[in-house]
Design a protein around this ligand. Structure first.
Ligand SMILES: [Zn+2]
Length: 79
């Protein structure tokens, strides 16, 4: 049983272990199935899209600033 350093964090791991014990990077270059990566991307997108929509709605004014209506302006003038 030999030890080999992790390519990411340098921790010595057994050559028999499939992932680094410290950072969980695959020691044998075996990557996780792509579907897990796409699932992670999908989850991030699902979480990020509403956040971006909220941010853009706050930046973009929904309605022009309210001007005083004619009736309130007349009230001010008649004072
Ligand atoms: Zn590592």
């Amino acid at each position: 049983m030999a030890l080999e350093p992790c390519r990411v964090c340098g921790t010595l791991n057994s050559t028999e272990s499939e992932i680094c014990l410290s950072c969980e990077f695959p020691t044998k270059g075996r990557r996780r199935p792509a579907i897990f990566q796409w699932a992670a991307v999908g989850v991030v997108m699902i979480l990020a899209i509403p956040l971006f929509m909220v941010l853009f709605h706050q930046v973009k004014p929904k309605s022009p600033p309210q001007l005083p209506t004619s009736s309130s302006a007349q009230r001010i003038l008649n004072r």
